[in-house]
Design a binder for this molecule. Structure first.
Ligand code: HAM
Length: 428
């Protein structure tokens, strides 16, 4: 006898996605793929795990994600790998490895793994759609990438979205700014939150990002990055903002926006959904990373991209009452009910599908009544019925499941004419 066991559950902080919710995912992903195509990005697929160095060097080994949240493991060959906590470092690793012609514009959809405290909108496995574009630091590319995100959010029906923007400068002007910031924090250490009293010296930029009262008070009157940019970075940032303005995309200068990864240089941005709870309301974020290719062993190559959390986007859609499933514009066309017990249903569904008609059927030779119940629930427009009478006459009954007019809701047609008859009815 098999010992009874407690059924397994998906791991803490992860979710299964089943229909009908999965249709929301499909609508969102299909729309993103269409936008990526419109903007000239090609799909890139990289392994879900990488040498741990890709992320330690890429996102920075002192970043919260690398230090506390990465799923690191040793495989059976004693290699140290990490499950991808985000998409950018892997894509840039692939760029360095394959050296595609630039500008190289790639999009992706990927799970990302972070050992975080699970809560609404924060998971240990989440999914991102994103793009990365490498090979130029032209501000027009920054504008294009931000515009793609902004237009995509509008296309899936989100209207309460704000764009926050900042420039992190490059290593020289940021380096000088960090020293000024450190000197300021040094005067106020006792006022910082407990965590930042310990790490302010090692990573002063993180204090800007802290939401706790003490850190906010200390940094509010402290030096801010945009005032310390060198001429080149200031000019670059101004051109990005002008470009966005010219497209009618509003952005709010947010000097505290430093983002969590070390690879960022110059433009950084985040999209906030006001329909979501404040703690997890970032639906997307990104920026430039002009040193990342070099940090991963490649030639110096500028790059910029963004990633957007699918779960959070769908939460925001739900909160705004919009459905991404409706973007798919599709439903089941036909449901085949067959009580003859031979392989008529098998042949019918095959013919209809070959003709591009979305078709489903019942199984297990159940009664007409039971099969019709499933047909009604399926949402199909038409039911095709094959019983002993139809079988004997070489015919099929077509019933319109959306019609209240019982007299005219059904008709019998010869089996060889079924595909044409169905196609005609579906276009009515
Ligand atoms: P990120 O801001 O860490 O950036 O993540 C991008 C988006 O993923 C967030 O805005 C959020 O919507 C979603 N997200 C992040 N963590 C979680 C989580 N634990 N649960 C649910 N959703 C989450 C990046 O990952 C960068 N790679 C973006 C980028 C691309 N920068 C340049 N290119």
């Amino acid at each position: 006898m098999i010992e009874p066991i407690t059924p397994f559950q998906a791991p803490v902080g992860t979710h299964d996605v089943l229909g009908p919710d999965s249709a929301q995912w499909e609508g969102l992903i299909a729309t993103f793929a269409q936008f990526a195509y419109l903007y000239g990005f090609e799909l890139v697929i990289t392994p879900m795990f990488e040498d741990v160095g890709v992320f330690n060097r890429g996102i920075g080994e002192h970043s919260e994600v690398a230090k506390k949240e990465m799923y690191v493991f040793e495989d059976r060959g004693a290699r140290r790998y990490a499950l991808r906590p985000e998409g950018t470092a892997s894509v840039v690793r692939a760029f360095v490895q394959h050296q595609p012609t630039t500008p190289w514009k790639a999009w992706y959809i990927t799970p990302a793994f972070r050992y975080e405290r699970p809560q609404a909108g924060r998971y240990r496995q989440h999914h991102q759609v994103g793009v990365e574009a490498l090979g130029t630091d032209d501000p027009a590319l920054d504008v294009e990438v931000i515009a793609l995100a902004s237009r995509f959010y509008a296309a899936i029906g989100l209207s309460r979205v704000r764009l926050l923007i900042n420039s992190m400068g490059h290593d020289v002007c940021r380096g000088a700014y960090v020293e000024v910031l450190r000197a300021h924090l040094n005067l106020h250490v006792a006022e910082l939150c407990d965590d930042h009293q310990k790490i302010w010296h090692e990573n002063p930029l993180r204090v800007l990002d802290c939401k706790k009262d003490g850190c906010v008070a200390v940094t509010t009157h402290g030096p801010m990055l945009p005032e310390h940019l060198c001429d080149d970075c200031r000019d670059h940032f101004a051109r990005v903002r002008e470009g966005l303005n010219s497209l009618g995309i509003e952005s709010t200068l947010t000097p505290r926006l430093v983002r969590g990864f070390d690879y960022y240089t110059r433009t950084t941005f985040e999209f906030i959904a006001d329909a979501l709870d404040g703690a997890q309301n970032a639906i997307g974020g990104g920026g430039r990373y002009d040193k990342l290719a070099e940090q991963l062993g490649g030639d110096p190559t500028s790059g910029i991209g963004f990633g957007s959390g699918i779960e959070r986007l769908l939460l925001a859609c739900q909160a705004e009452g919009v459905s991404t499933a409706s973007l798919l514009k599709r439903a089941l066309d036909v449901f085949v009910v067959d009580t003859t017990g031979d392989d008529m249903a098998t042949r019918l569904v095959d013919q209809l599908r070959a003709a591009g008609v979305a078709t489903s059927r019942a199984y297990d030779g159940r009664s007409m009544k039971a099969q019709m119940k499933v047909a009604d629930r399926s949402g199909a427009r038409l039911a095709l019925l094959v019983g002993p009478q139809e079988q004997a006459a070489g015919e099929v009954t077509i019933r319109d499941l959306r019609s209240d007019d019982f007299e005219h809701a059904q008709q019998r047609v010869a089996q060889i004419d079924v595909v044409n008859a169905v196609a005609n009815l579906l276009t009515k």
